[in-house]
Each structure stands twice: as structure tokens, then as C-alpha cells.
Design a protein around this ligand. Structure first.
Ligand code: TXA
Ligand code: MG
Length: 307
């Protein structure tokens, strides 16, 4: 799965230590990574992404044991979720430790933390030792990258180094759970299904059915140039696709109802391909709101510009 050699991993760690910015493979999507304790390095992430500075970043760690270094206290819900899901596609929001930079948290009293499961990300984090701030490695509002080529195509020479770890196996971002409130609240559905979070917290969680609420999760994220339209029924999809074709426009039908593991893996690649093929309208058939279907629906709604 991984194309990165030991030397490549050392190079990435060296770039991070010198305040550089690295395209980092994770199991969810590729991140744009910098030393979370280096303010100038973190500022470069915002500049490269053209991301507003009030959109806070996730701090990535090698082990769950490091959570205590980044949190002023660890809520019980965060401890349960971290124990069950890390390493893996889960982000917890916890009260921030005093040393955590404002540039990382957007000045909040909380910080987002996750321990990724990708072997290359984990090797980098182990050798680096500290926290690595990383949003998805795309320009603000655009489709997240799931391969090293996506990162190079989006950010090119703006990134100091891109580590190639193969295609991201999960394909959608981490599930974000705010553990600073009671009950805990799912802010963004992601690679860990909402039902699993609900089960782990014995029902003590909100938002497992609703749309994502993470700050910065505005409408028109994950958006390709093509117009994206979403439908619940196959007949509506067919009708709409025919109408678009009849109007002389290029249309692609994206059926997101197949095996949800495969759909999640491929989703961002499909949206990117639509742009490569100069498609005008992507007509998408939504999966059911269950399992990974929550995250797939969320990303398609956002791509369609619907909150
Ligand atoms: O899977 C992922 O989570 C990927 C990989 C690279 O780890 N990262 C990712 O980062 O998706 P990003 O920046 O694209 O999305 C992080 C989300 C943003 O919506 C941000 O607003 C939210 O997390 N967030 C970060 N810190 C927060 C905080 N303290 N409170 C509430 N939301 C927070
Ligand atoms: Mg993102």
C-alpha cells in the first residue's frame, strides 16, 4: 500500500523539524502537515490552503498516551472513544492544554486531536515525537485529496515535500466528536460510523443523525467545479440526467449506493474525475443514512452546496 521508503519518512520528519510543510498520507485523506508547536509553520498551512484563520486544525499524535500532553483534562467520553478507536479515523475535541498555540485552535479553549492509523503517518509521528497540525491537503472549500498525486495537483510547489503512502484506504475524513459537552456531540460524520460512537458512549451522544456541525463545515465544502446535485431515488437520478443531456450539457451519474467502504474510498476521486472530464453536472444517488453512509451523504450534500 505504501510507496514511502524509510528515507522518505526521514526526509518528511526533517522537513517538519525545520518548520516546513509536508503532504502526509493518512488512512482518511492526505493532510497538509506542520509542527503544531511552531507558529510560523502552522501559519504557512493557512496561507497555502487559503483557509480563514478562525478554522481550527486537528493535532495528530503517534499514540493515545500523548493526549494528556495536549488536553488540560481528558473527559470520560474522550477516554472511552480514544481507547476504542485509536489509532483510527476519530477526532476528539477536548479542553486544550496551556501550551497549545492559538493559531492551531483559532483561539478556542478546546483542541481537536487524533491518532491516525496509517502506517506512514504513524512512522512520521513516532520519529517526529511531537504534535503535527494537519488539515486536509486541498485548497479551502475544494475536494479533499486521497492520493499523493491529488496533493501535487492541488498544491504543487507550495508544499515542501509530499510523502507518497498510496491511496488513502478510508477515503473520507475522521469522525469529529466534541467531548467537552455533555452529552458528547458528533460534529462531523466520518470514517467511524455514528452508530459505533453511539454504542461506545451507551447512547450518550448527540448529532448521530443530524448534519455535520463542526465549525468551518459551511455549505460548499468538498466542491468540484462541476455542479453537484443529490437525489434519494434512482428514478429521479435518471430523469435529471436525461434532462441535463437534453440541454446539451455533460453529465455524470454518481451512484453512491454500492458497498459503502468502496464508495467512501472512491468518492473524492470520482468528484475529481468529473472535473478532469469537464463534466458540467454530477447527478448523485445518495446512500442510506447508516454506517459510512452518514459521511458519504454529508460530503455529497456539501459538494452540492447544501448544508
Ligand atoms: O481525517 C481527518 O480528520 C483529516 C486528516 C488529514 O487527519 N483532517 C481534516 O482536517 O479533515 P480539516 O482541517 O479539513 O477538518 C477539521 C475540522 C474543521 O471543520 C474544524 O473546524 C474542526 O475540525 N475543528 C478543529 N478544531 C476544532 C475545535 N477545537 N472545535 C471544533 N471544531 C474543530
Ligand atoms: Mg478539509
Amino acid at each position: 500500500m505504501s510507496a514511502a521508503s524509510d528515507d522518505d519518512i526521514d526526509t518528511a520528519v526533517d522537513v517538519l523539524r525545520h518548520g516546513g510543510v509536508v503532504g502526509l498520507p493518512t488512512e482518511t485523506v492526505y493532510g497538509l502537515a506542520a509542527n503544531a508547536s511552531n507558529e510560523a509553520a502552522v501559519r504557512r498551512i493557512f496561507a497555502i490552503k487559503r483557509r480563514p484563520t478562525d478554522h481550527p486544525l486537528i493535532v495528530h499524535l503517534a499514540t493515545a498516551g500523548q493526549l494528556e500532553q495536549w488536553a488540560s483534562s481528558v473527559p470520560a467520553s474522550a477516554a472511552v472513544l480514544a481507547e476504542a478507536c485509536w489509532p483510527g479515523p476519530l477526532t476528539v475535541i477536548v479542553p486544550r492544554a496551556a501550551h497549545v498555540l492559538d493559531v492551531v485552535t483559532g483561539g478556542r479553549t478546546t483542541v481537536a486531536v487524533r491518532v491516525p492509523a496509517h502506517p506512514v503517518a504513524n512512522a512520521v509521528l513516532q520519529r517526529f515525537g511531537g504534535g503535527v497540525a494537519a488539515p486536509s491537503a486541498n485548497r479551502f472549500g475544494q475536494v479533499s485529496p486521497t492520493t499523493a498525486d491529488h496533493v501535487r495537483a492541488d498544491l504543487g510547489a507550495d508544499v515542501d515535500y509530499v510523502l507518497d503512502g498510496g491511496a488513502s484506504p478510508v477515503g473520507v475524513e475522521s469522525t469529529i466528536v466534541d467531548c467537552t459537552v455533555t452529552p458528547a456531540q458528533i460534529l462531523r460524520p466520518g470514517g467511524i460510523p455514528n452508530e459505533a460512537i453511539d454504542r461506545l458512549l451507551s447512547g450518550g451522544v448527540e448529532g448521530s443523525r443530524g448534519p455535520s456541525r463542526a465549525s468551518g463545515m459551511l455549505a460548499s465544502h468538498y466542491a468540484p467545479r462541476a455542479q453537484v446535485e443529490v437525489f434519494e431515488s434512482a428514478s429521479d437520478v435518471r430523469r435529471r440526467a436525461d434532462a441535463v443531456r437534453a440541454a446539451g450539457q455533460r453529465v455524470t451519474v454518481l451512484d453512491a449506493t454500492g458497498d459503502s467502504v468502496v464508495v467512501a474510498q472512491q468518492l473524492f476521486g470520482w468528484l475529481r474525475r468529473a472535473d478532469d472530464d469537464d463534466v458540467d453536472v454530477v447527478v448523485a444517488l445518495l446512500p442510506r443514512a447508516t454506517g459510512l453512509g452518514h459521511a458519504i451523504r454529508d460530503r455529497l450534500f456539501k459538494a452540492a452546496g447544501l448544508g
